[in-house]
Write a protein that binds this ligand. Structure first.
Ligand code: FMN
Length: 320
């Protein structure tokens, strides 16, 4: 069987399958059904400085191609997180990656400073600069100057943790602008990139003529965004991450080992599973088992060996 151990900028995971932020509880509430002992890591719900109730309901809608949500970062706030949730991080059975969010640079830095106290049990911080469902949630992922500022501020207060910066799919962005953002994040201190968050979207009920979400618009996740994000990973890997030696974590519509393997071939060192595990909690475990067989069948020594190995006709020197 293939070796699935994965090293994300110094953070060792037993395998490259990670439960995505916001889809597995605050830390470990999903442990019973999701089997945290089988995955490489879990990302916490994005934590903000103050507690947040989130947006009014309905805030999720199931679509034929995935799911639309406008949860609006409902979370207990950093003080309660530190008192009640963070102390459990060392015992959940897999690596815990702490997700942080905010509206202002100072807010990100304040939350990160609390997370820095838990560097031994929360070895990495995912900086969510890409939530489409809060006012001001995506500005940092659309403006390279603002992005650098937030990454630098977090880097400064959490020096012992690895920083993974989570970007948007940026539907209007060109490959070049995405690569500029990725480069900006890396130059400011990011150790990894999570690509990506949900994509701005909307669904309308034609009978009532009302939007399906009370928030009117939301973030699209699941199968619909998968090919979009595969292309994003492919571009960012080739344009920036490969040369910088910075790992990419692919997130968007992983529901099978095949969709996970696509991300790896495009350039991702690990993948996250979100929407698919809400529908079927056994998906992450099945992805792990399938990847293990695939790595062995393809003759790769490890997941790292398979990263970026899509056969496009270029870069095939030395292929067996
Ligand atoms: C219900 C729900 C809540 C989410 N909450 C967060 C969050 O708190 N922070 C974050 O960075 N991403 C959040 N996301 C985005 C996911 O982590 C992931 O990036 C996205 O859904 C794409 O992956 P998927 O297609 O496998 O779901 C959320 C997604 C869903 C569906």
């Amino acid at each position: 069987m293939g070796d699935l151990e994965t090293n994300l900028a110094g953070v060792k995971l037993r395998n490259p399958v990670i439960l995505a932020a916001g889809t597995a509880g605050v830390v470990d509430e999903g442990a019973g059904v999701l089997g945290l002992g089988h995955v490489g890591a879990v990302v916490t719900k994005s934590i903000t400085l103050e507690p947040r109730e989130g947006n009014p309901t309905w805030r999720v809608a199931e679509l034929p191609v995935g799911m639309l949500n406008a949860i609006g970062l409902a979370n207990p706030g950093v003080e309660r997180f530190v008192a009640e949730f963070a102390p459990r991080a060392g015992g959940v059975g897999c690596v815990v990656i702490g997700s942080i969010a905010g509206r202002r640079v100072e807010e990100y830095a304040a939350v990160a400073a609390h997370f820095a106290e838990f560097a031994s049990t929360i070895p990495a911080i995912e900086v969510n600069v890409s939530c489409p469902n809060v006012h001001g949630g995506t500005e940092f992922a659309a403006d390279v100057v603002a992005l650098r500022e937030v990454v630098r501020a977090v880097r400064e207060v959490a020096p012992a943790q690895r920083l993974f910066v989570k970007l948007s799919p940026v539907p209007l962005g060109t490959p070049r602008s995405m690569s500029d953002l990725a480069r900006g994040a890396i130059e400011a201190g990011a150790d990894g990139l999570t690509l990506s968050n949900t994509m701005h979207a909307m669904a309308i009920d034609p009978r009532t003529r009302r939007p399906r979400l009370a928030n009117v618009t939301g973030g699209l996740s699941g199968a619909a965004i998968h090919p979009v994000v595969v292309k994003l990973v492919y571009d960012v890997y080739r344009n920036v991450a490969r040369e910088a030696g910075v790992p990419i974590i692919g997130a968007g519509g992983v529901s099978s080992w095949e969709s996970a393997a696509e991300f790896v071939l495009a350039g991702a060192s690990a993948v996250q599973v979100g929407t698919a595990s809400l529908a079927s909690p056994s998906v992450p475990r099945r992805v792990v088992r399938g990847l293990e067989k695939w790595i062995a069948q393809q003759g790769f020594a490890s997941v790292a060996d398979a990263v970026g190995r899509v056969r496009t006709g270029e870069d095939e020197e030395g292929e067996g």
